[in-house]
Design a protein around this ligand. Structure first.
Ligand code: 0A1
Ligand code: ZN
Length: 853
């Protein structure tokens, strides 16, 4: 096991040296690729006598200080160079083999194209450098390569020179005028189809827009381009932020560890978030593209112009940029549905992270491998923390805070505290207690009790907060929690809607002049990322479904009603009583199905009842088998109680051509098929008549809930049709991964040998193995441990191939505390086996050692 040392936020020190300018020259030549870096180094700490540079897996062929050879030594993977010069020019020549780089960090090859990924610490795999975000340099880049194979040579900033070198080779030079940290550097060299367009900013500057895609995919780049133009216009109108270079490039590559990367002026994207046409991409894919294109574009200000002082501050750029992309999606489409999707991510995944061994604050205190902290906590809970500030300050106060933030910090590398201070100073709102959201990990529980005094006509809510201890932090303090609530009268009138600040461990809210006991809609719009504990009655929830002013609250009420009913039946099963469904629940669903005025996409969300994973997250420990049985029973009962309405609604929607109608149609179909095989013919017809991927996949997913001959034959038809389209074959792999059944693993093991699968491509791995472990809990948690074995074998393979991906797909295995003793034993044994690997990566070591601690 290599040296594993945690780094701590409290140990942050400003660098002794900085680099103000770097001239990079790349000679791209396969395994003989050469990089020359000429850096202008300046000493910042006058007492420093050694320059310490970061590097990883590098071969240095030359090192010069002011043009002269200079001594250096390698110490624990870093390069030490003794000098007391106040400023000097450092030249380092390194040799790289991008073809051998399967970890996809630094300079690597994706399907014959060179590309880079430098966040978080990938630049140190290109050259020795001060690879930390508080070192900001101006970059110039020269790229030289074979002209026929690599006609496009791209880097950050503006193209300033190019030429032919004779011998079949050519070069291009780029200059980026904005000082940036090394993690925002990018280079791409390859042969692509190019979609060009332009955007005129509000101050009248014309920006060239370019989207590069693999040859033959030009027709699939239009939605990404449209999304980019919408993002640019939106950031001007909502945040008053304008683009700052003359060119904005997006390159889509098939080999990528994450979604996309915001390198200055040259974003590198996973093809999944660029390529789309109606035949091959679902409505969800279209939406994902718009949101990721927006996200990367918005980073230009929140991340690039103002960046992070150190990696513990990652949420400074990510929480804020996720908040901005969520607002963008909400302004472009349905605010309620977007909010529901964001809430689901928190409740399913972020709460799970909080209750597992990797619990951390949105600004972590300690990190072993930074790549492990691109998490739902840092990103999505981080966005919730920004959203809470928005709730407390209002749009105007928040925008004043943003303006102050940019006035103070443009061109700097700063901290989360700097951001909060700008918000506070610009708005006058006291955020001192609020800051604890940055340092405290775990999910707060907000328990609310109600009391009504008919004589005094007073309604009282007693609100208490408590955050359970997490492995990283035993002491918890009360937080500043914005509690948005509405009180609703028995006739449906809204009596009050207001945001209260909960700051104490226990606090009372008293409402006078209440002629009757109101129904409370609590934590409206999920106003804080907390677990709400309130003992709602069935009547109250049905009242909220009918009368809550907020659509999100209606959905929350329906999900709570469903969850309560499931847990009730789990109790019945434990007591060996028969299960039961409250007819009022069926009637409530029926009422919604008959309500033509209700937004279709919203109704679809209601009908996609809480998943098994969502339910698992609601309790400490779980009897998975009883839970699954109770959930299935309830869905079947609801579906058979509403069968006529579901069929009628399905028929009426079949001919409608919009995303909301498709979502609702597929939700109805899913329920009908879960209820009875007799409805299989609906799915078959939908599949055969489909003229878009949402309909095809909706039919397949509905059929995929159970093994059947029809399912098998349509899946193989799908495979033949799409064999040459990897992103669609990923959907096929996921369908296989998510089909229930006791012997899934045998089929999946065979699929790892299929030509559509490859361990070296992260999209393929996530679609098959990642999806199986994360989204097919019943098969993954087979009592014989076969699911754990399958995942463990894949992780062992990926440990050396691509540690980042290995560490990502292990997540369901480290959350073993939720399950029964027998399963825990098997899961622990699998983790022990991984921990004992002789060449265990830092990424896996951090997660597995914490899980077993
Ligand atoms: N900053 C990117 C996410 C990202 C992070 C790490 C990567 O490679 C290890 C790649 C991308 C974003 O937030 O979009
Ligand atoms: Zn981001």
């Amino acid at each position: 096991m290599a040296q594993v040392k945690a780094k701590y936020l409290k140990d942050y020190r400003a660098p002794d040296h900085t680099i103000t300018q770097v001239d990079l020259s790349f000679v791209l030549d396969g395994a003989n690729t050469q990089v020359t870096a000429v850096s202008q180094v300046r000493r910042v700490n006058d007492t420093a006598k050694t320059l310490v540079l970061d590097g990883e897996s590098l071969t240095v062929s030359q090192l010069l200080v002011n043009g002269q050879a200079h001594e250096y030594r390698e110490v624990e993977g870093q390069l030490h160079l003794d000098t007391d010069l106040a400023s000097f020019e450092l030249t380092i020549v390194t040799q790289l083999d991008p073809q051998a780089n399967l970890a996809l960090e630094g300079l690597y090859m994706s399907d014959g194209a060179y590309c880079t990924q430098c966040e978080a610490e990938g630049f140190r795999r290109i050259t020795y450098f001060l690879d930390r975000p508080d070192v900001l340099a101006v970059y110039s880049v020269r790229i030289e390569a074979d002209k026929a194979a690599f006609p496009y040579l791209l880097s950050n900033g503006n193209r300033v020179d190019s030429g032919d070198l004779g011998n079949g080779r050519h070069f291009v030079c780029w200059q980026d005028p904005f000082p940036k940290p090394a993690y925002l550097f990018a280079l791409v060299a390859g042969d692509f189809d190019l979609l060009s367009d332009s955007f005129t900013t509000k101050s009248g500057r014309e920006v060239a827009l370019q989207v590069f895609v693999d040859k033959g995919n030009l027709h699939k780049a239009h939605h990404a381009m449209l999304s980019l133009k919408k993002s640019m216009a939106w950031d001007e109108s909502r945040f008053d932020l304008e683009y700052d270079l003359d060119i904005y490039m997006i390159v889509a590559v098939d080999f990528f560890n994450m979604g996309a990367m915001e390198n200055k002026g040259l974003n590198v994207f996973n093809t999944k978030y660029v390529l789309a046409d109606k035949d091959s991409a679902t409505d969800e894919d279209y939406h994902g593209i718009e949101s990721v294109v927006g996200h990367e574009y918005f980073h230009n200000w929140t991340g690039n112009r103002v960046t992070c002082r150190d990696w513990f501050q990652l949420s400074l750029k990510e929480g804020l940029t996720v908040f901005r992309d969520q607002e963008f999606s909400s302004d472009m489409g349905s605010r309620a549905v977007n909010r529901i999707h964001a809430i689901k991510v928190i409740k399913n995944q972020q709460f799970a992270e909080d209750s597992g061994p990797m619990a951390h604050a949105i600004r972590p205190d300690s990190v072993i491998e930074m790549n492990n902290f691109y998490t739902v906590t840092v990103y999505n809970k981080g966005a919730e923390v920004i959203r809470m500030m928005h709730t407390l300050l209002g749009e105007q106060g928040f925008q004043a805070g943003m303006k102050c933030y940019f006035e103070r910090h443009d061109g700097q590398a700063v901290t989360c505290d700097d951001f909060v201070a700008a918000m506070e100073d610009a708005s006058g709102v006291d955020l001192s207690q609020f800051r604890r959201w940055y340092s405290q990990s775990g999910t707060p529980e907000l328990t609310i009790l109600e009391a009504y005094d008919a004589d005094k006509q007073a309604y009282r809510l007693t609100v208490s907060q408590h955050t359970p201890a997490t492995p990283d932090q035993s002491e918890k303090l009360p937080l500043h929690i914005p509690l948005d609530l509405e009180l609703i009268a028995s006739d449906g009138r809204s009596l009050l809607s207001q945001v209260f600040s909960v700051t104490e461990t226990e606090q009372e809210l008293v409402f006078s002049e209440m002629a009757e006991r109101p129904v409370p809609s609590l934590l409206q719009n999920f106003s804080a990322p907390v677990r709400l504990k309130f003992d709602y009655s069935v009547e109250q929830l049905i009242h909220l479904m009918r009368y809550a002013s907020s659509e999100v609250a209606k959905w929350e009420a329906s999900a709570a009603l469903f969850s309560q009913a499931v847990w009730g039946n789990v109790e019945h099963l434990k007591a060996q009583q028969s299960m039961y469904v409250d007819p009022r629940l069926v009637d409530a669903v029926k009422g919604l199905l008959l309500d033509e005025a209700l937004d279709k996409a919203l109704l679809a969300e209601v009908l996609n009842f809480p998943s098994l994973n969502t339910l698992v997250e609601q309790v400490g420990q779980v009897d998975l088998d009883a839970l699954a049985a109770a959930r299935e029973f309830l869905i079947e009962e609801i579906a058979s109680g509403c069968e006529d309405e579901l069929v009628a609604r399905y028929r009426e929607l079949a001919s409608q051509d919009d995303a909301g109608a498709r979502a609702l149609k597929n939700a109805c179909l899913t329920l009908l098929l879960q209820m009875s095989d007799a409805h299989q013919v609906l799915a078959q017809r939908q599949y055969e008549q489909a003229n878009n991927m949402t309909d095809s996949l909706g039919a397949l997913a509905a059929l995929n809930q159970e093994a059947s001959q029809l399912r098998d034959s349509l899946l193989s038809d799908f495979q033949q049709k799409w064999a040459d389209t990897p992103l669609v074959m990923d959907k096929w792999l996921t369908l296989h991964a998510c089909c229930p059944g006791e012997d899934r693993v045998t089929a999946l093991r065979e699929l790892t040998l299929h030509s559509a699968f490859s361990f070296s491509n992260p999209n393929r791995v996530r679609s098959l193995i990642g999806a199986f472990a994360a989204a097919n809990p019943l098969s993954f948690h087979q009592p014989d441990g076969s699911g754990y074995r399958f995942l463990t074998e894949a992780i062992i393979k990926l440990n050396t191939l691509n540690p980042q991906v290995a560490a990502r797909i292990i997540t369901p295995l480290i959350q073993f505390k939720k399950f029964d003793e027998q399963r825990q034993k098997l899961m622990r044994a699998a983790l022990e086996e991984i921990l004992a690997l002789p060449d265990l990566s830092k990424d896996l070591y951090e997660k597995v050692s914490k899980a077993l601690a």
